[in-house]
Design a protein around this ligand. Sequence first.
Ligand SMILES: *Cc1c(COP(=O)(O)O)cnc(C)c1O
Length: 378
Amino acid sequence: MRKDFLPFTRPAVNEDDIQAVTDTLRSGWLASGPANAALEEAMCKLTGNKYAVAVSSATAAMHLLLEVLHIGPGDEVVTPSMTWVSMVNMIVLRGATPVFAEIDRETMLVQPESIREKITPRTRLIVPVHFAGAAADMDAIREAAGNIMVVEDAAHALGTYYKGRHAGNSGSAIFSFHAIKNVTTGEGGMFVTDDKEMADAVRRWKFHGLGVDAFDRLNKGRSPQAEVIEPGYKYNLSDICASLGVSQLKRLENINAARRELAVRYLELFRDIPEIRPLGMPDYDFVHAWHLFVVRVDSPKVDRNTFMNELKKLNIGTGLHFRCAHLQKYYREQMGYKPGLLPNTEYNSDHICSLPLFPDMTEKDVEDVVEAIKEVIK
Ligand SMILES: *Cc1c(COP(=O)(O)O)cnc(C)c1O
């Protein structure tokens, strides 16, 4: 058994990152400023979108998006139930109704045909998820969506490409820089789009509804004319955080290459262990960002929760991404959802487990995880 605990993830912070944050701390500008502008520029360059707006989290970006689209009571938003609940919570907090689409049982990516079935005259927005860093089938999803707006939940998709285009490139997307994501700002998020009106509205709403940002590169600060156009929120990102993201984004390719190598090793080792089933891969052209390494625990001898507990005793940390949204207490009780609604989602919700995967892990760590797993399922 391992002597030290192997966490399921650990942010890849190096000396360059520490220097970048230190430089910001010494600069005299800690709130949203030049590092925010640099992070937005770097994201536009990565995704190929025209506009990027940095915010305090992906959840905040979702809230702002629903706000600027005036989505509220009577409106429906179609999204998978296999997602991070914060996105669903925002829909409910706006007074709108989340409508859950089914996922593929093997890839865990949202099924375009399920999205098509869930569309009604009330549907205002569709939010597919690029699960674990694999790309959702955007062409088929757009086909199904018709004229309804699609915004990609790309929280797992920094470095994910679909048919040669980065996630978000074909429209609008929300990214997360939470500490567990491939690139982090500690906490943070980004909205990218080609729609200038939407970008401007999100920028206004993230900062009190003022007509300008906190920092204007020409004015060296807010102009005295700035006034409230409509009351907005306070969802801007500090430059302390943004400078970490700028530094990390420069290494995205290396970070994801390290993740990929570890994932490939896991896949090799699991080939001979039928009780542990990694996710299937879609057959279209895409580049995986390997945000998570998710497996299904399919053993008559040990259930998923026991599996996670036993691994912890053997000094191996795991995660659960995700317990499906529609069967959590609030959604069961308030919206009357029952098991059986989404069989593929529920099967995975009960059987999945995220294994340790982060760039500073070694191949030996992967082997330790697999050894511990063999012991637990025995
Ligand atoms: C992490 C995550 C989010 C939320 O990101 P925050 O920055 O923590 O708000 C949204 N969707 C998915 C799929 C996520 O994994």
